[in-house]
Design a protein around this ligand. Structure first.
Ligand SMILES: [Zn+2]
Length: 256
């Protein structure tokens, strides 16, 4: 397209022809193009104006300075026209770059690609997060499995006591031997007691004693248990003779 426009020399010729009022002197091909092409016509008009201005100024200068010669005038006109052309070319170039559908399309494609990349990255991040979550869930569920493993040694002690043996000495166990709870805050081990000092012990399923307390009351809250899992509780008299052994299964309600 651009290559079909008038070249700089043709533009200059056309501008001069306009200024000299003899457009007819131009090659027909230039005349035809100027009729059809507003862009080139504009360039010609601008250059023509420029030349005219320089002419006028030069004429003024010539009036006051008769030593200015025609060579200088021609040079000045040439420089002015060249500057104008450069400005036009620059303007057109900038204009074209902004308007060029191919460039714009590419830019759009690049921008879209960026958006796609961003989206992919976000998606990847989300996937990673989800994977982390799943891994955490798997980990915690395997932790849970471990936390609910029976402790063989404590199981043997547990097995020695049954619901029917809950009455031991003066202490009557009220709680179930297996206390299932989803909230340790609201759960306690209960028994009847005439006020004697008893010892309560709670073990995790590794057999580690996690709670030990001497009490004279008839219940013991299990809210010190924070993690889900299987626990064993022992009630002992003041001489540490075992009165009873039970279990606590603490499983939180499924969270959303
Ligand atoms: Zn043109």
């Amino acid at each position: 397209m651009k290559s079909n426009h008038l070249n700089e020399e043709q533009i200059a010729q056309a501008a001069e022809a306009i200024n000299n009022d003899n457009l007819q002197s131009l090659e027909p091909i230039i005349q035809e193009h100027l009729k059809d092409c507003n862009e080139c016509a504009n360039e010609v008009m601008i250059v023509s104006d420029m030349i005219e201005n320089v002419h006028l100024k030069t004429l003024e200068n010539t009036k006051t300075n008769h030593k200015s010669n025609a060579r200088f005038i021609k040079l000045a006109i040439g420089i002015a026209a060249t500057i104008t052309l450069l400005m036009i070319v620059y303007t057109l170039f900038i204009k074209n770059e902004n308007k060029n559908p191919y460039l714009t399309k590419n830019k759009l494609i690049i921008e879209n690609q960026q958006i796609i990349n961003d989206t992919n990255q976000t998606a990847q991040k989300n996937t990673t997060l989800t994977q982390d979550k799943i891994e955490k869930k798997n980990l915690s569920s395997s932790d849970q499995l471990i936390a609910f493993n029976e402790n063989q040694e404590l199981e043997m002690i547990f097995d020695r006591y049954t619901e029917t043996s809950m009455r031991a000495s003066d202490v009557v166990i009220i709680s179930n031997q297996i206390i299932k709870t989803n909230n340790t805050n609201t759960t306690s081990i209960n028994w009847k007691n005439d006020g004697q000092a008893l010892n309560i012990e709670i073990f995790d399923n590794n057999g580690q004693k996690i709670i030990e307390k001497t009490i004279t009351s008839n219940h013991f809250p299990v809210n010190l248990i924070k993690n889900e899992g299987l626990y064993y509780w022992k009630l002992l008299d003041s001489d540490y003779n075992l009165i009873f052994c039970g279990k606590i299964i603490y499983k939180k309600p499924p969270s959303l």
